[in-house]
Design a protein around this ligand. Structure first.
Ligand code: CDP
Ligand code: CDP
Length: 229
């Protein structure tokens, strides 16, 4: 069967990776969480002390870019993807509130995007890939056969993130999460390089009132239509 490229973009915490991961598993495609790559660069910057009260030291990060190696492996037990930074499993560490509150300024840097986009395009060369992020349908894979743009109200997105953290037994503040979600959306949409926007040929999905099973069904139908079209 022919293989296609699937780009899933949208606002933070609206369920992009959940739907992308589910579809990839169902159809036997590779799944890549591009946000994890921006998060890994952010974690590295925090570990190296590149953040000062004046913001990020861009020259230090630029010089360090060749030393940042990001890769993905499947957890053999859960079959869930794990993110590795220079050989260390950082899958949990990159999801911390500290990384969430520093990632958008890092993702606004042109040289960071250039390096990560190159790697993402390499990963998608053979097609058969589902990638989620902010600029996948507009910049990384502008020729993707299926493009989805996901949105949901900010309150619902923050609630989903809050529920997720609580279900893992982690402390969380709904107010802080909502603030972070809205702030990241603002930075992601207004940055100069590759701002978050819906590609002209992307299908819009507002999943505010959809269950995970309903959005999975919706996406499977769009995939079937794309593959037959
Ligand atoms: O999962 P969540 O929606 O919270 O965010 P993410 O997908 O892990 O992405 C984290 C951050 O990385 C976003 O807020 C963006 O600033 C940045 N990002 C980006 O600029 N471009 C991408 N393709 C993916 C993520
Ligand atoms: O990748 P993105 O940041 O867009 O979101 P996610 O990490 O896939 O999903 C955020 C949370 O929303 C997860 O805990 C999902 O289980 C939950 N959720 C969802 O993905 N879709 C729904 N329709 C409802 C909840």
């Amino acid at each position: 069967m022919k293989k296609i490229t699937i780009a899933i973009d949208g606002y933070s915490s609206c369920g992009k990776s959940t739907m992308a991961k589910n579809l990839a598993r169902e159809i036997g495609y590779i799944y890549i969480d591009s946000g994890a790559m921006y998060r890994a660069v952010t974690l590295y910057s925090l570990q190296k002390g590149f953040f000062t009260e004046k913001g990020i030291e861009t020259e230090a990060l630029k010089a360090a870019m060749p030393d940042i190696h990001i890769s993905f492996r499947l957890n053999p037990e859960t079959q869930r993807p794990m993110t590795f930074l220079n050989g260390t499993n950082v899958e949990e560490a990159i999801r911390s509130m500290e990384v969430s509150s520093h990632v958008s300024p890092v993702a606004a840097l042109g040289f960071v995007r250039e390096a990560l986009v190159k790697q993402q395009q390499e990963m998608g060369k053979a097609k058969g890939i589902v990638m989620d992020g902010r600029d996948i349908g507009t910049v990384v894979f502008p020729d993707a056969e299926l493009k989805i743009f996901v949105t949901a109200s900010a309150a619902i997105r923050a609630q989903r993130r809050y529920d997720e953290l609580r279900s893992k037994g982690q402390e969380a503040s709904y107010e802080k999460i909502l603030e972070n979600v809205e702030e990241r959306d603002r930075i992601d949409q207004t940055r100069e390089v590759s701002p978050l926007r819906q590609a002209d040929d992307a299908i819009l999905l507002d999943n505010s009132h959809m269950s995970i099973a309903e959005q999975k069904q919706w996406l499977t139908e769009k995939f079937q239509a794309a593959i037959n079209g």
